[in-house]
Design a protein around this ligand. Structure first.
Ligand SMILES: *Cc1c(COP(=O)(O)O)cnc(C)c1O
Length: 334
């Protein structure tokens, strides 16, 4: 069966690089949303916990419930706030505040310029009042950068905006609130980290999408995608492979099928511009739902050991390659 090998050593290496920036493990929240970016929710939760991480970020309550035993606190980004001794909930809109269960522990997301989620700056006072009136516990205030991975002045402008938010929250009399704005790109480029927490996803899994001008620590990809041989056959010159017969054998050759396809979340791509595996085998013909053909007889092949290289081939980013991989592929930690 196709499987995903998770390197604990590489994961810990990446976390070490982040901790060098934050100064402490307690300030790192590992983002485990979307099946830990495809790496396996519970496997990555267990590893992060073993490393000493105590904070996690997920998308919904279901993910939070699955990983609670591993962490002190779990921030839920996209679900209705309820009373839960371990979870805090991001509030993205004034409606979220109205919907929250009384007494829930919440973290207010403020829109400092990304204009995707979060309370508008000019609705901040109203939101803080509503949080008080509804009897919610304000645990954190957060924002998200729209271009931390680009040479773009909006990053500095958003930092300034968030500094104003911090002032206003303090002036409103809220105590003990944690402030956080950094994701992977912004913590990697940051030189003087002073906030209470970073929310780090992609960097922990081994990738930086920052351009080279930023001197970024070396990260190591955590995931390797492997596929197993199903069958081998010998093709004569002129015989064709797969749907549409788009690949024609130029001479007698041995070809094997492997148990991976677009049904597993692997990209179908364009057969006229074949993907080449980590070991140098081009995919022959079209990718099927559950199978690909390669010119080798190896029992097992490595499809990729670096999702960013695969992403380049398919014109996308590392996030999309890893996150798309089906939940049903076994994740094996080594
Ligand atoms: C996904 C997400 C992150 C992590 O982003 P990376 O670029 O993967 O580090 C941080 N904060 C929020 C609000 C997110 O949704």
């Amino acid at each position: 069966m196709a499987n995903i090998i998770i390197s604990k050593e590489n994961f810990f290496h990446n976390l070490n690089q982040i901790v060098l920036k934050t100064g402490s493990k307690q300030k790192v929240a590992i983002v485990l949303k979307d099946n830990a970016y495809g790496h396996g929710l519970t496997q990555m939760a267990a590893l992060a916990s073993e490393y000493g991480i105590t904070e996690a970020v997920v998308r919904n309550q279901q993910e939070a419930d699955a990983i609670k035993p591993y962490f002190l606190r779990v921030l839920v980004l996209g679900d209705v706030a309820k009373l839960d001794e371990q979870c805090t909930y991001a509030l993205n809109t004034l409606e979220d505040i109205e919907r929250a269960e009384e007494g829930a522990r919440v973290e207010l997301k403020v829109d400092t310029g990304m204009h995707r989620n979060g309370i508008a700056m000019d609705a901040l006072s109203q939101a803080l009042k509503a949080i008080q009136n509804r009897g919610l516990q304000l645990v954190g205030v957060m924002t998200h950068f729209r271009a931390a991975d680009e040479l773009d002045s909006s990053y500095f402008w958003q930092i300034k905006q968030f500094e104003m938010v911090k002032e206003r929250v303090k002036e409103a009399g809220f105590m003990g609130v944690r402030f956080h704005s950094h994701n992977s790109a912004s913590i990697l480029r940051s030189q003087h980290f002073t906030e209470d927490l970073v929310r780090v996803g992609i960097a922990a899994y081994g990738y930086s999408e920052l351009p080279e001008v930023f001197k970024v620590p070396t990260l190591k990809p955590v995931m390797r995608l492997m596929a197993k041989r199903v069958a081998t056959r010998t093709l004569q010159k002129g015989e064709r492979i797969g749907y549409g017969g788009s690949y024609e054998a130029p001479q007698t050759m041995e070809v094997s099928t492997y148990d991976l396809g677009y049904g597993d979340g692997w990209c179908r791509g364009d057969a006229t511009n074949p993907y080449v595996t980590a070991e140098g085998f081009p995919i022959l013909g079209r990718v099927s739902m559950d199978l690909i053909s390669l010119p080798t007889t190896q029992e097992e092949v490595c499809i990729f050991s670096n999702a960013q290289e695969a992403a380049k081939h398919f014109g996308t980013i590392s996030y999309e390659i890893t996150t798309a991989l089906s939940m049903s592929i076994p994740r094996i930690v080594i």
